[in-house]
Design a protein around this ligand. Sequence first.
Ligand SMILES: [Zn+2]
Length: 151
Amino acid sequence: MKKTQKYITFFPVFSVFKPVGIPLKDLEAVTLTLDEFEAIRLADFLGYYQEKAAEMMGVSRQTFGRILDSAHKKIAEAIVFGKCLKIEEGENIMPTVRIFLCEDCKKTLNIPFDIPKPMICPECGSPYIHRFDRWRGRGKGKCRRNRWGQK
Ligand SMILES: [Zn+2]
């Protein structure tokens, strides 16, 4: 089978979700793959039609449908049974955006790597903007193994 290089354009900022009050080690986990995360983001969050979302992920419409179904089942399982929901640790995934958080209005800003960090928040004008994702200090333009890959 041909392995296609998929391009995931957004990156989960949080990788573990769990019910409050139960230690992680005592919880059963379900793990969403990055493909499943991306399918949810494109179809459910951004509201793209499946044809368009499939095209953006470089997979067929059928494959996209399967990925999305699988993602929905896993999320449902986590919610219904109170399981911990994890997002797969990826390797060689190149995020195209950096995420900054405005401390004043709490708005998050997704800034592509080739655009400099804004000096002020475009929403409220606050200068207190901080990097919010886990890609701090990463070189630009290189597809390096990410930190999640290291156990
Ligand atoms: Zn702001």
